[in-house]
Design a binder for this molecule. Structure first.
Ligand SMILES: [Zn+2]
Length: 475
C-alpha cells in the first residue's frame, strides 16, 4: 500500500487535466475582488463534490468560504485566492495584447493560487482518509486579496481561531519559501466637499474641493522627509471635478500608507489625517476620511518554510517542453536586463546574481531573508499573527517578471503556470500530511511563532463594525 504522501501525489498527477481546466476557467473569469462569484463557486463546488463540508458567505463576503473535512485535532488550513486585477486583460500570447481592453486579468496568478490550494486540500483528504489519519483539514477560500484584504475580515470573525497552522502558495518567478516580512498597510479615501460656482463668472462664490485634494497631496509630499526609510505612501485622485468652468464641489483621493509595523504605520497615518484636515481648513472645504482596509506585517515561520523546501526538493521541479520554453524565451525578450536585475536584486536571495542569465528558476534555495522586509503588503500577514502561516512561491513566470504585469497574466494561463500549479499542489499536500501526522512540526512551528510575536497582541486593523465594501465596483 502506498504511503499517505504517495497517495496525495498520485491523486494530483492523475487529475492534472481537471486541475488545469479549473485554473484556466478562473483565469478566463478574471473576476475582481469581492465579486469572484463564478471562481469561488467553482472551487467550493469541487471541494463539496469531494466530500468537504462547505460553508459559503463567510465574514460578510458572499465569495468567501470554508471547506472542512475530518474532525478533531490537529487542524491544518490551506488558503486559496482567486481575485483578478483591473485593466490587465491579456491574451495567452507572449506580447502585450488585451483579450478585452480595460477588462481585468490575472496579473498576480490568483487563478493558480486558488486552484493549487483546492487541489492540495482534496489530495490531502484522499491521503488522510486512506491512512485513517486523525485531524481536520480546512480550505479557506479568501476573496479580494488585491484590494480589500478579505482575510482580515475572516480573521476578525474568528475563522482561524481553531486552526493550528496554515499554508498557501503564490505564483512567483522563483521557487521560494522565504523569511521576509511584508509592510503593514492602511487604505483610506479622502472625500472633500466644497461649493460649486462658475469658475469664470463668480469664482469668489466657489470653494474648490480639488484645491483641497491638491494641497493635501502637497502636504503629504512634504511629510515624506520625516518618515522612516521603509515607509511607503501612494495616492491617486479618483475624482477631481467635471469640467474647468465649474469650481469642483466634490473631489476624492485614495491613499495607501505602508510601514513595517503597525505602530510606525499609525504614526504616519495620523499625521496624514491631520494634513487632510489642514487642507480642508486652507480651502474652507469639509473633509471626510473613509477608512477602507488595513493589514499587519507578515510573521515568518522558519519551521514550516524549511518543511516546504524539503518537500519541494523531494518532489523535484517540473520539466518543460519545447512549447513552454519557446513561450518563456519570447516573454523574456520583453523584460529588459535592467528590469530583470532590479527585480532579482530586490529579492535579496543569496546568489541572485547567478540568475541574471537564466530563463527559469531551476533551483530550490533554502529559506532566506531573515529580518528583511519586502515592500508589498498581503493579508496573509493577519493570519500569520493568529497561527504559524507560510505562503511560498513556485516559478510560474520567467525570472524577472514583475507581478501585476501583462507578462504575469499571459504566463499564468499557459504551460509554465500549469506546471507551477501542479508542483505547488503537491508541495502543499505533502506539507499538510507532515503537519497532520507529525506533532513535533506543529509544536515547533507554534513555539517559533510565539517567540517572534514576543507578547505583541493583535488588534484588528479594521473597526468592529466595518464591513467589506461589497458595492465597490458598482461605480
Ligand atoms: Zn497576489
Amino acid at each position: 500500500m502506498s504511503s499517505p504522501k504517495e497517495s496525495a501525489l498520485a491523486w494530483i498527477s492523475n487529475n492534472n487535466e481537471r486541475l488545469i481546466e479549473i485554473s484556466n476557467k478562473i483565469w478566463e473569469f478574471a473576476e475582481l475582488g469581492l465579486i469572484e462569484f463564478k471562481s469561488s463557486a467553482l472551487l467550493a463546488d469541487e471541494l463539496k463534490k469531494h466530500g468537504f463540508r462547505v460553508k459559503r458567505g463567510i465574514a460578510g463576503m458572499p465569495t468567501a468560504f470554508v471547506a472542512t473535512w475530518g474532525e478533531g485535532k490537529p487542524t491544518v488550513g490551506i488558503m486559496g485566492e482567486y481575485d483578478a486585477l483591473p485593466g490587465l486583460s491579456q491574451k495567452k500570447v507572449p506580447r502585450k495584447e488585451p483579450l478585452e481592453p480595460d477588462k481585468p486579468g490575472h496579473g498576480c496568478g490568483h487563478n493558480i493560487h486558488g486552484t493549487s490550494g483546492m487541489a492540495a486540500a482534496i489530495a490531502t483528504k484522499i491521503a488522510i482518509e486512506q491512512a485513517n489519519i486523525k485531524g481536520t483539514l480546512k480550505f479557506f477560500g479568501t476573496p479580494a486579496e488585491e484590494n480589500f484584504s478579505g482575510k482580515v475580515f475572516m480573521v476578525r470573525d474568528g475563522c482561524f481561531s481553531d486552526v493550528d497552522a496554515v499554508i498557501s502558495h503564490h505564483p512567483d518567478d522563483m521557487n521560494c519559501a522565504d523569511l521576509r516580512s511584508s509592510l503593514a498597510v492602511n487604505s483610506v479615501k479622502f472625500h472633500f466637499y466644497g461649493k460649486a460656482s462658475h469658475a469664470g463668472g463668480s469664482p469668489e462664490q466657489g470653494r474648490s474641493a480639488l484645491d483641497a485634494v491638491e494641497l493635501m497631496n502637497t502636504g503629504v509630499n512634504y511629510l515624506r522627509e520625516h518618515v522612516i526609510q521603509d515607509a511607503r505612501i501612494h495616492y491617486v485622485i479618483e475624482k477631481g471635478g467635471d469640467q474647468p468652468n465649474i469650481v469642483p464641489s466634490y473631489a476624492r483621493s485614495w491613499y495607501y500608507v505602508r510601514a513595517p509595523e503597525r505602530h510606525d504605520l499609525e504614526f504616519i497615518y495620523d499625521w496624514i489625517l491631520d494634513i487632510a484636515k489642514g487642507a480642508a481648513t486652507m480651502t474652507r472645504t469639509e473633509v471626510k476620511a473613509e477608512f477602507m482596509e488595513g493589514t499587519y506585517n507578515v510573521i515568518p515561520n522558519r519551521t514550516i518554510a524549511e518543511l516546504i523546501i524539503k518537500n519541494m526538493s523531494e518532489i523535484g521541479l517540473p520539466e518543460y517542453n519545447k512549447e513552454d520554453l519557446e513561450f518563456a524565451e519570447e516573454i523574456a525578450k520583453t523584460i529588459t536586463r535592467e528590469t530583470k536585475i532590479a527585480q532579482l536584486r530586490k529579492t535579496k536571495r543569496p546568489g541572485w546574481e547567478t540568475l541574471v542569465d537564466k530563463l527559469i528558476d531551476e533551483e530550490i534555495p533554502r529559506p532566506w531573508g531573515e529580518g528583511e522586509t519586502m515592500h508589498g503588503s498581503t493579508d496573509v500577514a493577519d493570519v500569520s499573527w493568529q497561527v504559524p502561516a507560510v505562503e511560498f512561491g513556485t516559478a510560474t513566470w520567467v525570472l524577472g517578471t514583475p507581478a501585476h504585469s501583462w507578462q504575469a497574466v499571459a504566463q499564468s494561463g499557459v504551460g509554465l503556470g500549469h506546471k507551477s500549479l501542479l508542483l505547488a499542489a503537491k508541495v502543499m499536500a505533502t506539507t499538510a500530511v507532515d503537519l497532520l501526522t507529525n506533532e513535533g512540526f506543529l509544536k515547533k512551528a507554534q513555539e517559533e511563532q510565539r517567540q517572534r510575536l514576543a507578547d505583541r497582541a493583535y488588534e484588528s486593523p479594521i473597526p468592529p463594525d466595518h464591513k467589506p465594501p461589497l458595492d465597490i465596483w458598482k461605480g
